[in-house]
Design a protein around this ligand. Structure first.
Ligand code: SF4
Length: 355
């Protein structure tokens, strides 16, 4: 029988264990998210945006959070930064950054960690950059705030960072305002501002959505180069599973505020085990393969304020059984070597189970 993993009933004092693990020669994950639950109280009622999300991130590693809009990816990352929109609250779980549960740190301490330990690149670079300040000012400010550099040196650092993200004529561009740059240059400048203070973890929230395909490819290559140069870990949020193959080491597939499948890139892409992951991959065009029409997933993703009971994917799942529609959500089943998925089909004996 496969073993279900219940994060809620483990006996270990996780915080102490994580601290001990990290302090032991600095090994162990740089970030651990354990059974995270984030809810919103709205006029329409309770919105359960994140319902028990767990993952780990090692130094220098890239984790892709994949799923449709509203599946809980961005709210998970805003919970890590403790920058939730109004009405949002983390109601359970732990977020261990370098051995420290950041849900228990003071707001002052959190202000110091943000940007310095965990940086974020937003989806919309126009919204991320302030239109009334020059690019140089906006890249230099975090260097003053987090690295204590005097203004002149911070501005020189801004020029170096613009050069690092491959912007031509950085000495000129540093004086430009956001509206004077192309979309691709704005996204690079916004990335320069985020990586300037050398964060250990960089969250990139759909950074390529507004870019054309060629610029998107160049930007993803740049992100990999920057990671190699700085050693930072990256959490890459995307709704597009087709772009994670070259970029990510691990994947967490989100649906209805849950991670429904988790594992190495190869495990998830080459051996998908959850019906939702399989459906996402079947919807991708394959170069050189002729198909009459691409498969689509029937129905709509659920709204977090009105999640289906039990398995949130059951109204769209072709393999749904009676026990998928009532009772609790399926537990996480361990498929071996770190590969996990939440689906009752995986409860079967190994002999009975077939993909
Ligand atoms: Fe489909 Fe049931 Fe598995 Fe959910 S638990 S993905 S409904 S088979």
């Amino acid at each position: 029988m496969r073993h279900a993993i219940d994060y809620g009933t483990r006996e270990l004092n996780r915080e102490a264990a994580a601290m001990a693990k990290y302090q032991h020669n600095g090994a162990g994950p740089i970030l651990e998210v354990r059974d995270l639950r984030t809810h919103f109280m709205t006029r329409q009622g309770l919105v359960r945006a994140v319902n028990g999300v767990s993952f780990e991130l090692e130094k220098g590693e890239t984790l892709g959070l994949v799923g449709e809009s509203g599946s809980g990816k961005t709210i998970t990352c805003l919970s890590i930064l403790r920058l939730l929109p109004r009405g949002g609250q983390v109601v359970g779980g732990e977020i261990i950054l370098e051995g420290q549960d950041i849900l228990k740190t003071s707001e002052d301490e959190m202000g110091r960690l943000r940007g310095k330990k965990v940086g974020m690149i937003l989806q919309n670079s126009m919204a991320a950059l302030d239109p009334v300040f020059s690019i140089g000012t906006q890249i230099a400010e975090p260097l003053v705030a987090h690295q204590g550099l005097p203004w002149k040196r911070a501005l020189a650092g801004a020029i170096d960072l613009l050069r690092m993200v491959k912007i031509n004529d950085p000495e000129v561009r540093v004086r430009n305002y956001p509206h004077e740059l192309s979309g691709g240059m704005r996204q690079r400048s916004s990335s320069a501002a985020s990586i300037g203070p050398h964060p250990d973890v960089l969250i990139a929230d759909e950074p390529t959505t507004a870019l054309d395909v060629t610029t998107q490819r160049q930007y993803l290559d740049l992100l990999k180069e920057l990671q190699k140069a700085t050693g930072m870990a990256i959490i890459f949020i995307t709704h597009d599973i087709s772009i994670v193959g070259n970029l990510c080491d691990k994947l967490a597939v989100f649906y209805g505020g849950l991670v429904v499948e988790y594992g190495s890139k190869d495990q998830v892409l080459n051996n998908p085990s959850h019906p939702y992951t399989k459906a996402l991959l079947k919807a991708l065009p394959i170069l050189g393969e002729k198909r009459e029409r691409l498969q689509t997933i029937p129905g709509e993703p659920p709204h977090a304020g009105n999640l289906p009971p039990a398995c949130p994917f059951h109204p769209r799942c072709e393999q749904a059984m009676d026990n998928c529609k009532e009772g609790d959500a399926p537990p996480i089943f361990d498929l071996g070597y770190g590969h996990q998925a939440r689906c009752w089909l995986l409860e079967k004996d190994d002999e009975q189970y077939s993909r």
